[in-house]
Each structure stands twice: as C-alpha cells, then as structure tokens.
Design a protein around this ligand. Structure first.
Ligand SMILES: Cc1cc2nc3c(=O)[nH]c(=O)nc-3n(C[C@H](O)[C@H](O)[C@H](O)COP(=O)(O)O)c2cc1C
Length: 194
C-alpha cells in the first residue's frame, strides 16, 4: 500500500507526525509533504525546527521511520504524487487548515498538497481530510460539505474518551486509529469498544 500524507498548517502537527510513524510501522509506503506554515508550527508545538523545503526527517520522525519515508517539497507541483498516473492508494491531509480546505473546495490549488487532493478527487481515490479548528464558520462548514460531496472523507481531529485516555499520546492515537481504519490499515492502537 502506498499513501501520500500532507501536513497542512493547522494546529495538531503531532497528528500528522504520529500518522506517518504508525503507517511506516505497519509496512505502508509513505510519500510525505508539508505546508510552508510548518516552519512556524513545529517550533511552536513540538519544539525544534522544520524547514518544509528540506526538513530534518530524522528529528521529526525518528531515524528508523525517516529512513523509510520519501519527502516531496510543497512547491514541487511536478512531483510524482501530483500526477493522476502515479499509483497511490490514498491521500491524507493531517491536520488540514480551514484555509487549505477552502482552497481545495474551489479547485484553487497553489501547492503540492492541494494538487494531491485535486488529483485524488478527479481520480476517485480515497481522500481523507483532518480539520482541526473550532468553532467552525459557515464558510469552513460549506467547504467541508463541498469536499464531502466531491468524495472526500472529513475526519475531524476530535478524539473520543471512551477508551479512557491516560495521556496525550492516547488522544492522538484515537484520531490516528480512525484514519488507519478508513485507509484499511489493520492496526489496533487503542482499545476498541466491545
Ligand atoms: C501557530 C499557528 C496555529 C494555527 N492553527 C490553526 C488551526 O488550528 N486551524 C486552522 O485552520 N488554521 C490554523 N492556523 C492558520 C493557518 O496556518 C493559515 O491559515 C495558513 O495560511 C493555512 O495554509 P496551509 O494549511 O496551506 O499552511 C494556524 C497558524 C499558526 C501560525
């Protein structure tokens, strides 16, 4: 299985980081790209630095995971994942900012992340978008409705509590589990309701 992951400029970069780690641990081939805003978000949320044009993936993902991830620059709209002929089993944008959702909802792609979504929709591929914003304006809600009607799965980063989370890791894993389930990756990160 090959999945393209884009980390857009919403709070919750830890969700994208953990998603990539869990996908790679599950043996999934991951092509990663990140929005320029990560240069501000990673220092604010995770510490350290992140250059979206040439990130230190060892620092961001851990060396073992980083060695098995391919990275594409967000300005590289000619990258393999920008083409409908490149084989992909799904695209996930995690987290996805509301600005990002607005641009994709009107077909106004400005970078590789947005192009990947545009291509996933036109090719009928699995597209999972993970917004992290609250409250939501009518504009953001409308963008999500347009995208859902076009075939995207809107999967908000809103963890449940019935698995009795004891740590932030448990909350993050809850959301990542939902994404893995939608992708069809068979991994159990959290205790399931039974
Ligand atoms: C520290 C920080 C936190 C942000 N958090 C959010 C957020 O949670 N949700 C959101 O939709 N936008 C958030 N934004 C705003 C977006 O980053 C901004 O609108 C950006 O232009 C989105 O474009 P991008 O996703 O292509 O990077 C945040 C920005 C910064 C600097």
């Amino acid at each position: 299985m090959r999945i393209a992951v884009g980390i857009s400029g919403a709070s919750g970069t830890v969700y994208g980081q953990r998603l990539v780690q869990r996908l790679v641990e599950a043996g999934v081939e991951v092509v990663l790209t990140a929005s320029p805003t990560l240069a501000q978000l990673v220092p604010a949320e995770l510490g350290g630095t992140f250059d979206p044009l040439a990130p230190d993936l060892d620092a961001f993902l851990g060396a073992d995971v980083a060695a098995r991830v391919s990275y594409r620059r967000p300005d590289d709209v000619g990258a393999d994942v920008a083409s409908g002929s490149f084989r992909l089993d799904g695209v996930v944008i995690c987290p996805a900012s509301t600005g990002f959702l607005g641009r994709v909802s009107v077909g106004a792609s400005t970078n590789l992340l947005e192009r990947m979504c545009e291509v996933a929709l036109k090719e009928g591929r699995k597209l999972i978008l993970v917004p992290r914003e609250t409250p939501l304006s009518e504009i953001a809600l409308n963008a999500m409705l347009v995208l859902a009607r076009a075939g995207a799965v809107i999967l908000p980063a809103s963890p449940g509590f019935y698995h009795r989370p004891a740590s932030i890791d448990d909350l993050v894993d809850f959301v990542v589990q939902k994404i893995l389930d939608r992708l069809g990756v068979d991994v159990d990160l959290v205790r399931r309701w039974s």
